[in-house]
Design a protein around this ligand. Structure first.
Ligand code: NDP
Ligand code: MG
Ligand code: MG
Length: 340
């Protein structure tokens, strides 16, 4: 079984007399920097000259320098700039990686696909909160935790696990639990999950369902509610109590219809496509495509991103969310309508 660590398993003295440089002050960067600072850790923030993030970091009382400057002063360097810019930022800090330092990540992409090759004299770790950065911060402030992953790619000091755990505790992850994994497993499952289920699969399911209803002559409003809006309620139930709680909460008609029809939508063919996508992740084909896309200035990414924004369901949804008070966009706590 997977090793899970909690606060009692962590010896925070591994961060004593240690300076942590957080490179980047975005989603993860601001959360790690602020949480660690409030946990009593010495934190520096590394940002490029004229960075638009500098003001926000300084307003919180954080000391800011260039990535090279703060890396030179720190023993743990946490790389929290976007994955696509990490190789370039790494070039700037590499000369400042001293014997026994830790190079720390929140996602293993660049290490796993060899876009960053650290020297042998440093530890390489990953502490990856399984959550967007703003929630890592909000949970910490509310004395709650965020589950996280810990992986060690290179352990020259012999302390990599302990230091990683101390880092995880300082950002609040050990309150909820820290699961041990490897860079390979984190990267491959993360990419597969976001492509097949969380981001790619679910949006495609929503759009195809919506289009099927609208093409058959039903109103876009009805199609939006059925295929997009109600999805949140269903997911909330699965999040709280698994598939059973969801099935128990919907009507028997919905349960019978769903159980007998679901596998016709996501059928053997879809399963084969999932396996193919997993192979592209495992072989590095996806990573290669994404790296080349970035090197070319993101031509197809820009195009498909725009097409997604222009989809009819977006216009319908925006109009409906403005009309109804349950929408979170009005700043109220969401009053979720009844489950179907
Ligand atoms: P962000 O996109 O939020 O990072 C933005 C920060 O990086 C800003 O401070 C920005 O500063 C800085 N930055 C951008 N480009 C450069 C550059 N060329 N040189 C120097 N600094 C730059 O990143 P995320 O927090 O989303 O991701 C960071 C890491 O965390 C990634 O490895 C990601 O995979 C991982 N991760 C992210 C999660 C998330 O919730 N987003 C969840 C779990 C892991 P400036 O103002 O100068 O542009
Ligand atoms: Mg991801
Ligand atoms: Mg219904």
């Amino acid at each position: 079984t997977t090793q899970i660590y909690y606060e009692d398993d962590v010896d925070e003295s591994y961060l004593e007399n240690t300076t942590v440089a957080v490179l980047g002050y975005g989603s993860q960067g601001h959360a790690h920097a602020l949480n660690m600072k409030e946990s009593g850790v010495d934190v520096l923030v590394g940002l490029r000259e004229n960075s638009s993030s500098r003001k926000a970091a300084e307003e919180e009382g954080l000391e800011v320098g260039t990535p090279a400057e703060v890396a030179a002063q720190a023993e743990i360097i946490s790389v929290l700039v976007p994955d696509t810019v990490q190789p370039a930022v790494y070039e700037e800090i590499e000369p400042h990686l001293e014997e026994g330092d830790t190079l720390q990540f929140a996602h293993g992409l660049n290490i796993h696909y060899n876009q960053i090759t650290p020297p042998e004299h440093v530890d390489v770790t990953m502490v990856a909160p399984k959550s967007p950065g703003h929630l890592v911060r909000r949970n910490y402030v509310n004395d709650e935790g965020t589950p996280g992953l810990l992986a060690v790619y290179q352990d020259t000091t012999g302390d990599a696990v302990q230091r990683g755990l101390a880092y995880a505790k300082a950002i609040g992850c050990a309150r909820a639990g820290v699961l041990e994994t490897t860079f390979q497993e984190e990267v491959e499952t993360d990419l597969f999950g976001e492509q097949v289920v969380l981001c790619g699969g679910v949006t495609s399911l929503v759009k195809h369902g919506y289009e099927t209803l609208v093409d058959a002559g039903y109103s876009p409003e009805a199609a939006y509610f059925e295929c997009m809006n109600e999805l949140k309620l269903i997911v909330d139930l699965m999040y709280e109590g698994g598939l059973s709680e969801m099935w128990d909460s919907v009507s028997d008609t919905a349960e019978y219809g769903g159980l007998t029809r679901g596998d016709r939508v996501i059928d053997d063919n879809a399963r084969e496509n999932m396996e193919e996508i997993l192979e592209e992740v495992q072989s590095g084909e996806f990573a290669r495509e994404w790296i080349l896309e970035n090197q070319a200035g993101r031509p197809s990414y820009t195009q498909i991103r725009q097409a997604e924004k222009d989809h009819d369901i977006e216009e319908v949804g925006e109009r409906l969310r403005d009309l109804y008070s349950w929408s979170e966009s009005d700043g109220e706590e969401d009053e979720t309508p009844e489950v179907p």
